[in-house]
Design a binder for this molecule. Structure first.
Ligand code: SF4
Length: 111
């Protein structure tokens, strides 16, 4: 019996598509409402060698942007879930997140 190559190909294609993960838009949707959207990201991340008051001032400036952000919680949860090592996320600095993890406290701070 002759095989229907077109049909086989379509079946294989359908099978591959079914195994792909679903759309991931929901994972990123919160970023569309981010207050920092379109802003220069340098306020959120330390340049090489930044220390002391320069670092504190930049982080304070970043937190002022984060504090009224409508997706602050989603942002902070994302940072913990993805183990973001650097930058200010959800109003917390990298040091604050690291210290919270070290403390063993499983609760997010009140935002
Ligand atoms: S909390 Fe801060 S870093 Fe996170 S999305 Fe909002 S403004 Fe951006």
């Amino acid at each position: 019996m002759a095989r229907n190559i077109e049909n086989d190909s379509k079946l294989r294609q359908d099978s591959v598509i079914k195994r792909l993960p679903g759309a991931l838009g929901h994972v990123w949707d919160w970023q569309l409402r981010a207050r920092c959207r379109g802003m220069d990201s340098s306020v959120f991340y330390s340049p090489d060698g930044e220390r002391g008051t320069d670092k504190q001032d930049r982080e304070t400036q970043a937190k002022k942007i984060c504090n009224p952000c409508p997706v602050k919680t989603e942002c902070l949860v994302f940072a913990f879930e993805h183990e973001e090592l650097y930058g200010v996320w959800g109003g917390m600095t990298e040091d604050e997140r690291r210290n919270l993890l070290k403390s063993g406290n499983k609760k997010l701070p009140t935002l």
